[in-house]
Design a protein around this ligand. Sequence first.
Ligand SMILES: N[C@@H](CCC(=O)N[C@@H](CS)C(=O)NCC(=O)O)C(=O)O
Length: 226
Amino acid sequence: MRAACANRDARKNLEWETRLVDLTKMEQKRPEYLALNPSGLVPTLVHGDRVIYESNVITEYLDAVFPEPRLYPDDPWLCARAKMWQAFELAMAKEYRPLMYLRVIGPIDRQRSNDEVMRDVRRSTDDPAHIDWVNRVYDGTAVSEDEATLLASQLYQRIDHIERELSGEFLLCDRFSIADISAYPRVAMYPMVGLALEPAKYPRTTRWMSAMAQRPSFKRSERVRP
Ligand SMILES: N[C@@H](CCC(=O)N[C@@H](CS)C(=O)NCC(=O)O)C(=O)O
């Protein structure tokens, strides 16, 4: 983990300091990180002496502690719908993970020798399952072509759902909310794993994506990214 820079939350105007966790080195499985987040996944928020993990728990905590502006709707039904979008994104993350290792981390790893990569990984963890996983990511056998095709099709079905549901400007019709904040980054990462989003096939999603990318808070958070 490396300290990066102090940032300011674009939407709630909060300051935070980013600490990078390098997934190519399995830093998320280091004992000191597991002490904060036993799931060994990013992100984790440290707020004073409180440690909070799971992105949807983090957003709910932040909205409760720093309520202005509210990102979860007060109306119970709207709030339930926002949380269902968050749950939807959580499921997307599970389908996305193997493709990320196959198509992003594998190629990054192969820019170095296997020995170098494994040396870094062993500095983070001695868990044989993680070590075996990185070895298979390195040699491209972690995910089979059939599995990758299935995951890609599941991820496209997710976009079909978003396309059907986007009847207004935002996921909750005319109201910008945590639903958009949670879902947008996942969809924006599709091209990273080779999943193109054709505007002709997904016109509403494309419009929503461009509107999100233009929002001042998203633009500012792009700028402060380390
Ligand atoms: N449910 C978790 C999922 C987080 C997650 O999937 N994080 C990925 C990166 S986007 C990760 O840490 N991957 C590392 C790994 O799979 O070992 C959350 O929302 O916080």
